[in-house]
Design a protein around this ligand. Structure first.
Ligand code: FCB
Length: 470
């Protein structure tokens, strides 16, 4: 490597990330019961092609091979989520030992290979029984989450040092209960706001319950998907559209979690819908459990201008913003998700949080891209677009470090091709290709490229695609 390479700090974690419902399969084994994603994916018309996570990539049976794969790639960290209904099938009461044993064995195998586990307690798979009882719009669900967090903490707290409570609560609340494109598929703007509030509360209560089982050195964080939202023009009206989306996408969570309070403009914007009386005294303070780090998930920036936005009556993930905000495609090449490639949003977000929460360590807990990967005639899977995507985002991350952000690791989404929620298996995000017929795993060029970066702890300035591919 040359001296012009970008060096990352010592101890920087080179990870990959997955989520239980997207990879595990074994949906009805060992006492696991349906989560809202089982119900949703089995509801005709909700997921492309009628795909479900029943089998997924069979990680529940192939986890040893998958850990070995990570070890072969030289990864230093792995972020995965615990399936709530594998551990606590009804969302209340005692834990199922077989469920906990699965995750203990996984963690032990990771540690044996020198791979640091980061456990996500909740990556969208609410026990169906809790949804039937009202789901995230109801306060009770936050209390149930705290109990579950304590159970997982008691089982894994002696061996896991990095924890995130929730993954992307914005998606849980606003895609799940507002737009209805994610489980549980409800389209009620007030339910979405109530869900967001109870997710904040769940984060705080869950972190407190978890903390009781952890040694002092362990850190509890949360993975948000903050919107790097930009105004289309410099006009005051476009700036106000940006402010509204910043409130609904970002500050609705970082307000309570980082500062112990919601911002008044969020209440004002949503006042036509709700008086927020579900926000009881002390809730925002409870959500303000001291964070050990903030996890940032980043894929693409957003561009907004003033109104009119979603036509009235169409389900929207932006309660209170309809009629005020129009979304525009940000410039840039598109991935297979039609998401523009623009790494500058990542630098902006990391520097923004470094300034907003001085001293708080940051991790990029997800970043990656889907492309239409296919094995070539040589049986290998060449994905130069993904290499370029990851290279440009690691460069953007490095720029944030150079400008003073304390970023301690990067988790590539995803280790394996997997069940991409409402898109089913049609979108491949993996560094490792999965043949869904045989479950065979084939590292793509990007996996080998990423392994090289992880091994050296430094990034070449330019992407040099080896002749013949990596
Ligand atoms: C994120 C999710 C993750 C995956 C990626 C592509 O929003 O957290 O599970 O679907 O997007």
């Amino acid at each position: 490597m040359t001296e012009t390479n970008l060096r990352f700090p010592p101890g920087f974690l080179w990870g990959s990330a997955t989520a239980a419902y997207q990879i595990e399969g074994a949906a009805r084994e060992d006492g696991r019961t349906p989560s809202i994603w089982d119900t949703f994916s089995h509801t005709p018309g909700k997921v492309l092609g009628g795909d479900t996570g029943d089998v997924a990539v069979d990680h529940y049976h192939r986890w040893r091979d998958d850990v070995r794969l990570m070890a072969d790639l030289g990864l230093s960290a792995y972020r995965f989520s615990v399936s709530w209904t594998r551990v606590q099938p009804t969302g209340r009461g005692p834990a199922v030992q077989r469920g906990l044993d699965f995750y203990r064995a996984l963690v032990d195998a990771l540690l044996e290979h020198g791979i640091q586990p980061m456990v996500t307690l909740y990556h969208w798979d609410l026990p169906q029984e809790l949804e039937t009882g009202g789901g995230w719009p109801e306060r009770e669900t936050a209390l149930r989450f705290a109990e579950y967090a304590g159970l997982v903490g008691a089982a894994l707290g002696d061996r896991v040092e990095l924890w995130t409570t929730l993954n992307e609560p914005w998606c849980s609340a606003f895609l799940g209960y507002g737009a209805g494109v994610h489980a549980p598929g409800r389209t009620d703007p007030v339910a979405a706001l109530r869900a967001a509030h109870h997710l904040n509360l769940a984060h705080g209560l869950g972190a407190a319950a978890l903390r009781e089982h952890l040694p002092a050195r362990a850190r509890i964080g949360v993975s948000l998907n903050p919107s790097a939202v930009r105004p289309l023009t410099a006009s005051p009206a476009d700036h106000d559209a940006r402010r509204r989306i910043d409130a609904l996408a970002n500050r609705i969570f970082t307000g309570p979690m980082l500062h112990g309070a919601y911002d008044d403009d969020l209440f004002a914007d949503t006042a036509p819908l709700t008086d927020w009386s579900f926000n009881r005294d002390g809730d925002a303070a409870a959500a303000h459990h001291p964070l050990g780090f903030l996890g940032v998930n980043y894929y693409a920036p957003a561009v907004v201008s003033a109104g009119p936005g979603t036509p009235t009556g169409e389900p929207s993930p932006w309660p209170g913003a309809d009629g005020h905000v129009t979304f525009h495609q940000a410039p840039g090449e598109l991935t297979a998700m039609d998401w523009p490639v623009d790494p500058t949003g990542l630098t902006d977000l990391l520097l923004g949080y470094a300034a907003e929460a001085p001293g708080l360590p940051l991790y990029v807990t997800e970043n990656g891209a889907a492309y239409d990967d296919k094995p070539g005639e040589d049986g290998r899977v060449h994905d130069p677009d993904r290499i370029r995507y990851v290279h440009s985002h690691l460069s953007a991350l490095h720029r944030a470090i150079e400008a003073g952000a304390d970023v301690r690791g990067y988790f590539l989404w995803s280790l394996l091709d997997n069940f991409e929620w409402a898109y089913g298996y049609s979108k491949r995000f993996g560094a490792v290709y999965v043949d869904y017929e045989t479950q065979a795993r084939t590292p793509k060029s990007s996996a080998r490229w990423y392994a090289g970066v992880a091994a050296g702890g430094e990034l070449p300035l330019e992407v040099a695609l080896e002749p013949g591919g990596f």
